[in-house]
Design a protein around this ligand. Sequence first.
Ligand SMILES: NC(=O)c1ccc[n+]([C@@H]2O[C@H](COP(=O)([O-])OP(=O)(O)OC[C@H]3O[C@@H](n4cnc5c(N)ncnc54)[C@H](OP(=O)(O)O)[C@@H]3O)[C@@H](O)[C@H]2O)c1
Length: 238
Amino acid sequence: MKLEGKNIIIIGGSSGIGRAVAELCLELGANITLTSRDRAMAEKVALEIGKPTIGLGLDINSEEEVLDFFGSSREIDHVYIAAGATKLGPLTGGTLGENMQAFNTRIMGSLHVVKAAVDKMKPFGSVTFTGGISTDRPIAGAWVSGLATSTAEQLARVLVMEFPHIRFNAVSPGYTDTPMWDTVLGNEKTSILANVAEKLPVKKIATPAEVASAVVFLMSNGSVTGEVIHVDGGGRLV
Ligand SMILES: NC(=O)c1ccc[n+]([C@@H]2O[C@H](COP(=O)([O-])OP(=O)(O)OC[C@H]3O[C@@H](n4cnc5c(N)ncnc54)[C@H](OP(=O)(O)O)[C@@H]3O)[C@@H](O)[C@H]2O)c1
C-alpha cells in the first residue's frame, strides 16, 4: 500500500481511529492534515505524530467552518472522516434533538465535508466514512449509533453515483479500543470490553491500528469504490 506524496485530510484525527490512520499514512509517506475541534489539540497531536503533519481546528457540525476549511485547502488525494461519537440511551429518554446530535455530527457533518471537498479532490481520489457493527448488530439503547453507522455506510454507495470520479468507501469497525470508550464506559471500560472480546471469534477487541490498515487499503486501491470493509473480529457472525 503506497501513499507517497499524497495529500490526505483526516477529520477527527486527534484521537482513536483517526489518529491511528494519521500515523499509518505518515509512515507510508503521505502529507497529513488532521483536525480536532480544538485547534491546540490538533497542533499538539500533529507535533507528536511528526513532520510534515499539520493540525487544524474544525467542527464539522458547522457547514460554514467546513466550507472555509476546504476553501483554503490544497488539492486533496484522500479524506478520512472519523469525527463523531456514540450516544447511548433509550429513545424515550431525552428529546429527539438532543439524541440526534450524535447522528447529525456523523451524517450531516460528513455531508458538509463531501460538499465542500469535492471540488478540491483529485480524480479517483477517495473519501472514507466510518460505519460500525451496529449496522448489522443493533442493540437496545444504541439506536442512534445504529442509524448513524448504517447511513454512513450507505453514503459510500449513493455518493459513488453522485460523483463517479471520486471513490467513496466506508470502514465498519466492531468494538475498538479507543478513548471514546473511556468517555462512554468510564471505569467499567476494561471489564465490559473484556466481556465483549470473550464472545468474539477472534477473542480480542480491535486496535485502532487494525482499523487504520483497512482505511489505508480503501484509500490506496484505485479499483475499490462503494465498498464497506468490516474490522469486527467476526462480531457480525455471533
Ligand atoms: N471505538 C469503537 O469501538 C467504534 C466502533 C464503531 C464506530 N466507531 C466510530 O468511529 C469514529 C471514531 O471513533 P473513535 O473510537 O476513534 O473515537 P475518539 O477516539 O473519541 O475520536 C473521535 C474523533 O472525532 C473528533 N470529533 C468528534 N466530534 C467532532 C466534530 N463535531 N467535528 C470534528 N471532529 C469531531 C474528535 O476530536 P476532538 O474531540 O478533539 O474534537 C476525535 O478526533 C466515531 O465516529 C465512532 O463513533 C467507533
